[in-house]
Design a protein around this ligand. Structure first.
Ligand code: PSU
Ligand code: MN
Length: 312
């Protein structure tokens, strides 16, 4: 028996709600600038509600994993300095300190699964960094996907990462990557990465079916669903690649390492593209979260998972 109750606090909307959709908080505290981060955090919850699903933004506060935040907590995450970036390994440390922590994809997935939430909408996934063969910098998001049964709806990953190696890693870890109405891996700001996906789906119901079968079979871990940015926000790949090249050079020069790498690069790309990338970022977040809500509703129609005894 796990001792999770002590550390988990569900908000009122989450306790009552069905078709729950987890939302992360690192994107609020470390991924977007103020005030766009606060406006977007609230807007994402509204998108989920407008679909008839229930939003559950996740963060750490006062020694608890909070699933479902109110406006005051969202505001703190968006405005306070020194909010901890919490991945899987940081969960017990930040809970023990009773600190304010923003959860990454990995930590949000884990928290969501503790709260029995199977769907999570976000912007970009962490992945294998360029140069990982010498730095070993591979996001804990990828190993989390191999263990924790949550569907992560995202726009792929930014090409600050090595996207081809990221796909290889996910294959090794047994994680399905499903293109939503596309057979090309989106590269976050742009729908084009040049990398073909071997699986795609044309509806939320199809994705819910795949997830149900995966879990009925006792296959552990999650599923990545990649949604291209909406057409009006889709940026030309060459333009983004230039900005990313400059961001990577700046990171190298500044000697940035470890968990600081991703936030540094996100900020550098934003500065390089001057606002344009920010508009795309917000548009794709809303789009992804809307697809996540549809999948959460479709999963309800699939009924509860049936794990065969012999596989548990
Ligand atoms: N990629 C983005 N925006 C983000 C992140 C990644 O385009 O906000 C955040 C997510 O929370 C992701 C985390 O889980 O960064 C990955 O960090 P790292 O590479 O240190 O694992
Ligand atoms: Mn890393």
């Amino acid at each position: 028996m796990l001792n999770t109750e002590k550390y988990l606090k569900l908000g009122p909307e989450v306790r009552e709600g069905t078709a729950l959709v987890a939302l992360e908080s690192t994107v609020i505290s470390h991924g977007l600038p103020y005030p766009e981060n606060l406006v977007t955090a609230n807007a994402l919850e509204e998108v989920v509600r407008s679909k008839g699903a229930t939003p559950a933004t996740i963060a750490l506060l006062d020694g608890k994993i909070r699933v479902g935040l109110g406006p005051p907590e969202l505001k703190r995450l968006a405005t306070e300095q020194n909010v901890a970036k919490v991945s899987r390994r940081d969960l017990p440390v930040v809970l023990a300190r009773k600190g304010l922590g923003a959860t990454t994809v990995a930590a949000t997935m884990y928290a969501a699964s503790l709260a029995n939430i199977q769907v999570f909408g976000t912007g970009g996934l962490g992945g294998v960094h360029r140069g990982a063969t010498s730095t070993f910098d591979i996001s804990a998001d990828l190993t989390e996907l191999s263990r924790t049964p949550v569907i992560v709806v995202c726009a792929g990953a930014k090409s600050i990462l090595d996207l081809a190696l990221t796909l290889e890693y996910l294959e090794t870890q047994g994680v399905p990557v499903i293109g939503y109405k596309t057979d090309e891996l989106p590269a976050f700001y742009t729908s084009h990465s040049g990398l073909k996906l071997e699986a795609w789906a044309d509806s939320a119901a199809e994705i819910a079916r795949i997830a149900r079968i995966k879990w009925d079979l006792g296959l552990p871990g999650g599923i990545v669903v990649t949604v291209p940015p909406p057409p009006e926000a889709d940026l030309p790949p060459q333009e983004i690649e230039k900005a990313i090249g400059r961001a990577l050079a700046a990171a190298e020069q500044a000697g940035v390492k470890g968990k600081a790498v991703t936030p540094f690069l996100l900020n550098a790309v934003r500065l390089e593209t001057e606002g344009k990338s920010l508009e795309t970022n917000v548009a794709l977040l809303k789009n992804n979260v809307s697809v996540a809500a549809e999948i959460a509703l479709a999963l309800l129609d699939e009924g509860p998972a049936e794990m065969p005894e012999e596989l548990i």
